[in-house]
Every structure is written in C-alpha cells, then in structure tokens.
Design a binder for this molecule. Structure first.
Ligand code: SAM
Ligand code: SF4
Length: 329
C-alpha cells in the first residue's frame, strides 16, 4: 500500500464519491431553478466501476473513510447495493451526505447494508424558509428522514446548514435549539463560490464570526477541548455540554493545510480539491482495461499536484468549471 500523498506532505484518507449530479431540490446557493444539463448516463461510472475504484482506494491507497454524495446520492438506484458491496469488500467507514428526501424509506436498508452514518443538509426549521431556499415544499420529508436515520442507528446524525444573507441568517439559534432538542449534531458551513450560477459574493456571504455572534446571543459557547485534527469543523460546547455546534469556516478560516480529502466525480474523474482546476480521468483508463495497480498509480499522480490552498481570496481566483452538485460536496 502506498498512500495518496501530495507535494505539500498531506495524506488523503477520506474519499468523497459522487454518485450522481442529479438532484430533487434546487437550493439557491447550489443550482438554478431550472436545474442543469445532467451528465449523460454512459459517462457515469456504473455500480461495478464505483465498487472497484473504492476497493482500490481502500486496498492500495490507504483510504479509510468513504462518503457518498452528489447531487443527491439517494436518487441513485443502486445506492443500497453499492453500500452492501463496499462493506463486504473493505473496512472503510461509510457515510452519506444527503438532503434526506426519501431517507425515511431507505434508512433501514442502508443501515442493514452497512452504512455507518448520515449527514443531512437542512438550513432552516421554518417551512416557508425551506421552500424559499430549496424551491421545493419538502420540509416534512427531511424531518421524517432525519428521524428514520436516527432510529436506524445511522448516528450520530449530523446536520449541515448554510446561512444566506436576508434569507435565514437570523435563524442560527433557532436551528441549533431544534437540533439539540432532537439530538442532531449541527454544523454551519460558510457559503462557497461553487454555485452553478456564479452568484456567490464575498461581501454578502455570512461569515463564521457572524454565526458565532448570532449563536452567542442565545447560547453560551466555549471552544471544545478535543483536538481538531483534519476535521474541518471548529467545535464549540453549547451551554456547558454535552451538546456541541460546529462551524466550517472554509472561506474566512481555511483549513487547507490539514485537508485529508480526495474526490471522485460521478463520471470517474479524480479531483484533488473542491476548487481544483484540473482532473484526472480514471474512467477512461478503467474502460481501456487498466489494472488495479495502474489505476492506483494514476490516482497517486493526480493527488501529488494538489495545491496548497483554495485561494478564494486571491485576486486571480477562478471558480472551478464544475458546480458543487457535479463535483460532490
Ligand atoms: N444533495 C446532498 C445534500 O444537499 O446534502 C449532497 C450534495 S450537496 C452539494 C453537499 C453539501 O454541499 C450540502 O450540505 C450543501 O448544503 C453544501 N453546499 C452546496 N452548495 C454550497 C455552497 N455554494 N457553499 C457551501 N456549501 C454548499
Ligand atoms: Fe441538491 Fe444538495 Fe445542491 Fe441542495 S445542496 S440542490 S440538495 S445537491
């Protein structure tokens, strides 16, 4: 086994696998109302190809954690089967990042197949705000999905939230109170320039400092004592604990120096960073008959060139060509 090391000495052990670029919500910070031109099916990795590449990552490259994402991973028909096959072939920790639509129906099967945890994206606990952010009236499905995940043992259930100025930036304490009441671990993520419409505005985004100020008006927060390691969230204890809240300050306090992630897109491209401007095509090599070791070596080479940081604040920064939904967030 030779790990995925980059030129700055970081080792990637956490693999994000995008299973589709399609989604059944249209979050304004992610996609336009009309959706996007979805990837042609023949360009997407098949279930067999995904299971093989994850096996290579675990066996040859030292990957220890796999997170399925998208687009919306629950819309991929083969998800439960993929989870079952990865569980049978490897010992990786397996989780999904999901909007939870349909999770009420599949949480049990996912847990039984060997999924360990879920991260659910929920930006508000108000039905009207949910509709405004996601452009769909599906708040109740998310609440049911969260409860089903907890009941199926897919915990600790984490909730990811993005705050948008003038939309839900006044709702951070309300969301945290709700998550604590239900036993979910909430993390706020700063909005990043990864939307398909290129509407992100550095001056308008809600910063980690603002979120902390807003939460501090309602709760007593103290920095959690456990070491942060490569985890992107800064953790705070709420009202003396045990509840915590995380802040992922990807823009204002980047954690690129500790990054341990690598990404595989639904069409089989390795991305060494969310913000990478180039990719490495594993699908073409795989379909041309490359061996496991050849694919692993191609993957190592792709990782070596990872940039030191995302450079969002550099005047020369260019948003990647793919939006978040086609990269795998
Ligand atoms: N559809 C699934 C979901 O929403 O959880 C998985 C894919 S989604 C792209 C993954 C995560 O990225 C979600 O938590 C979402 O809130 C977050 N996200 C999407 N666009 C973002 C942006 N521009 N800035 C920050 N986070 C974003
Ligand atoms: Fe879909 Fe997730 Fe993007 Fe929302 S953030 S539109 S749920 S992919």
């Amino acid at each position: 086994m030779q790990p995925l090391i980059d030129q700055h000495g970081r080792v990637a052990t956490d693999l994000r696998v995008s299973l589709t670029d399609k989604c059944n919500l249209r979050c304004t910070y992610c996609m336009p109302a009309e959706g996007l031109d979805w990837m042609p099916t023949d360009q997407q990795l098949t279930d067999d190809e995904i299971v093989r590449l994850i096996g290579i990552a675990a066996e040859h490259l030292g990957v220890r954690e796999v997170r399925f994402t998208g687009g919306e991973p629950l819309v991929r028909r083969g998800l439960v089967d993929i989870v079952r096959r990865v569980r049978a072939a490897t010992e990786v920790e397996m989780s999904i990042t999901t909007n939870a639509l349909g999770l009420a129906r599949t949480a049990g099967a996912l847990a039984e197949a060997g999924l360990d945890r879920v991260n659910v994206s929920l930006d508000t606990v108000r039905r009207d705000t949910f509709h405004e952010v996601t452009r769909r009236d599906r708040f109740d499905d998310v609440v049911e999905g969260l409860a089903a995940a907890e009941a199926a043992g897919l915990g600790p259930v984490k909730v990811n939230a993005v705050l948008l100025r003038g939309v839900n930036d006044d709702q951070a304490p309300e969301l945290l109170g709700w998550c604590i009441e239900h036993g979910y671990h909430l993390r706020f993520i700063e909005q990043m320039p990864l939307d398909a419409q290129h509407g992100w505005d550095r001056d308008a985004m809600v910063t980690a400092d603002e979120i902390l100020t807003s939460l501090s008006g309602a709760f007593e927060l103290s920095p959690a004592v456990e070491p942060r390691g490569s985890a992107p969230a800064e953790l705070f204890t709420v009202d003396g604990g045990p509840a915590t809240v995380g802040i992922i300050a990807s823009v204002t306090r980047p954690f690129c120096g500790d990054c341990d992630r690598v990404r595989l897109t639904a069409d089989g491209q390795v991305r060494n960073c969310l913000f990478a401007r180039s990719e490495s095509d594993l699908r073409a090599a795989l379909r041309a008959g490359a061996s496991d070791e050849e694919l692993a070596e191609r993957w190592r080479v792709a990782m070596w060139g990872k940039a030191a940081g995302h450079g969002i604040d550099d005047p020369t920064f260019l948003q990647p060509d793919r939006p978040m939904s086609a990269i795998g967030g």
